[in-house]
Design a protein around this ligand. Structure first.
Ligand code: BV8
Ligand code: ZN
Length: 247
């Protein structure tokens, strides 16, 4: 994998790094993406599942989908891409990881400064009182799981048409506002407001590196597009950063 001199310079000069990740960074761990050929939404449609109307119309189907995804998570591990980002955070003075993923693999890999834009699939939230509980404290005795207050439980993720958790997008926006290097990794860059973060970095004239095995709507405008697996590219970029910052 060839890295251009300008890409190497952009990484070596960086001191405030902001990274946005999507489902693509978890693909090599065996977690299906959403929009890929074999993606989760090739069988189901997002509008049938990841929104409140679908949930109210067919809570059992939506719960089955989330339990299916949770079950896969019990069998997967973070991959080299997740680990490289965790090491990079430890090395850099200013490093913020913004993820659209709900799989919790960044935390499992050792990342700590994580902004989870779309919530976390490992928690349940009550539709009525908002009480949050672990996905393990749930009994599927036939019907849809309910909260002690009687409200319906739902996965602690952000559905289409729902606001992101209070203050979460603002923190991500601040990170994109103050960074001097932005990485967009393994995301199709079609879901907003997440996809507005790399756009903000581009507007600020900050180098934007996109790592994706395919083209995205962002590919034409980013500073560097690496058509690589995240698990291959990220360790290489970390190596460049380490070489430029070893004192
Ligand atoms: C909101 C639920 C404010 C959790 C998800 C019309 C125009 C513009 C916007 C809208 C519109 N209509 C509605 C909207 C807003 C809407 C939106 O953006 N829709 C889009 C689809 C048009 N957004 C919202 O509703 C958001 N809320 O705006 O609230 C508001 C609210 C009310 C009133 C006013 C304003 C909420 C968005 C969150 C939705 N929830 N999921 C879950 O079940 O997981 S979104 C879903 O897509 C996932 O969360 C995922 O995180 C997200 C993005 O997908 P990606 O992560 O990018 O994954 P994808 O499969 O798409 O791509 C993977 C990529 O990886 C591919 O490019 C592939 O090539 C690459 N890849 C694969 N393998 C690898 C790889 N790359 C590198 N290495 C590899 N190995
Ligand atoms: Zn409740």
């Amino acid at each position: 994998m060839e890295l251009s001199n300008s890409l190497i310079q952009d990484i070596k000069n960086a001191s405030h790094i902001c990274v946005l990740t999507g489902a693509g960074i978890s693909a090599e761990s065996g977690v299906a993406t959403f929009r890929g050929k074999e993606g989760l939404w090739s069988k189901f449609k997002p509008q049938e599942l990841a929104n409140m109307d679908a949930f109210m119309a067919n809570p059992r189907l939506v719960w089955e989908w989330y339990q299916y995804r949770r079950d896969i998570l019990t069998k997967v591990k973070p991959n080299a891409g997740h680990l490289a980002l965790a090491h990079w955070e430890a090395l850099a003075h200013h490093f913020v990881l913004v993820t659209q993923n709900v799989d919790g693999l960044h935390r499992e890999a050792g990342s700590r400064k994580i902004i989870e834009l779309h919530g976390n699939i490992r928690i349940n939230r009550c539709n009525s009182c908002g009480f949050e509980s672990s996905m393990d404290d749930i009994s599927f005795a036939g019907s849809v799981p309910t909260c002690s207050c009687g409200g319906m439980l739902r996965p602690g993720v952000v559905w289409f048409g729902e606001m992101l958790p209070e203050g979460v997008f603002e923190a991500a926006y601040r990170a994109a506002q103050t960074c001097d290097l932005f990485l967009s990794v393994g995301t199709s860059a079609v879901v907003y407001p997440a996809a507005s973060l790399p756009e903000l970095a581009l507007e600020r004239g900050v180098p934007v590196i996109e790592i994706n095995t395919e083209e995205t709507p962002l590919s034409g405008s980013v500073t560097h597009h690496l058509r690589e697996l995240a698990g291959t590219a990220l360790p290489k970029l970390l190596e460049v950063f380490e070489s430029g910052h070893s004192h």
